[in-house]
Design a protein around this ligand. Structure first.
Ligand code: 6PG
Length: 251
């Protein structure tokens, strides 16, 4: 009888400052991209939204323009706010301004969530894109970048929201009561198929959430980021010292 594979314990790295986190994450991104292209011919990556990844994207544009084979990237997004792609709140706009327009990634290989469609249609459309683009690579991202909200959410998988319980689709519209605008998000089935998940979390306002996610009791409904347990992949947390302040350094 084969026992279900137990997910590996997450790796936690603590850096002094947010810019150290960005540099460390940039160096890891370059390494994972190189290995993926060497082994499979391309690099399938899901970018994170919010504000934390901005420094990483800028670091990549400034320091990795020549060390990543950008035309081999297939770029996706872990979630999106249901706003136009040029809206200040758009995750696509943040990634485009800080990274994608500054490197020679091929425009047709950047797959943004089509938020000009109504949320349900946008999620259906993106589901098709994901399956068309990922199936040839056994349905797995090489790297998923994620952030963490101070309520323990990641991507747009918010506490007690319907998307947490989706176990078939890879992308859904997640109606979140207190969140405006609406969200479209990737779900645990595709996120947990990733070869590597990298969380980037900085700031003292995230310290309590980090402690709950990494050291607290398992409670997926209240702390969705605990649901990231790839069956055959690695989870790495890059934290700055402020975000890691409540973690027990001896564990
Ligand atoms: C989003 C992100 C979300 C984000 C966290 C952290 O669309 O907002 O997907 O999950 O990563 O809310 O956001 P900050 O990096 O801005 O703290």
């Amino acid at each position: 009888m084969t026992l279900p594979r137990r997910p590996a314990k997450p790796e936690i790295r603590v850096f002094p400052t947010p810019s150290d986190v960005a540099r460390g994450a940039g160096e890891l991104f370059v390494e994972v991209a190189r290995d993926a292209v060497e082994q499979r011919g391309h690099f399938l990556v899901a970018l994170a939204g919010g504000s934390t990844p901005r420094d990483l994207y800028a670091w990549l544009a400034e320091h990795a323009a020549d060390s990543v084979r950008w035309p081999r990237l297939r770029v996706f997004f872990g979630d999106e706010r249901c706003v136009p792609p040029d809206h200040p709140d758009s995750n696509f706009r943040m990634a485009h301004e800080n990274l994608l327009r500054r490197v020679n990634v091929c425009p047709n290989c950047v797959h943004r969530i089509p938020t000009k469609l109504p949320p349900v249609e946008a999620a259906d459309d993106y589901e098709t894109v994901l399956r068309d683009e990922l199936q040839p690579s056994d349905g797995r991202f090489d790297l998923v970048l994620l952030g963490l909200g101070d309520d323990g959410h990641t991507a747009s998988l918010f506490p007690h929201s319907p998307a947490l319980w989706e176990n078939t689709r890879w992308c859904v519209y997640n109606r979140v009561q207190h969140k405006i605008p609406d969200r479209v998000t990737l779900t645990f089935p595709i996120l947990n198929a990733a070869r590597q998940v990298l969380f980037l979390v900085v700031g003292s306002n995230k310290a309590a959430a980090i402690e709950r996610v990494l050291s607290g009791p398992t409670d997926l409904a209240a702390t969705p980021a605990q649901g990231l347990e790839p069956s055959d992949g690695r989870v790495t947390w890059f934290l700055d010292s402020a975000a890691a302040a409540l973690l027990d350094p001896t564990t």
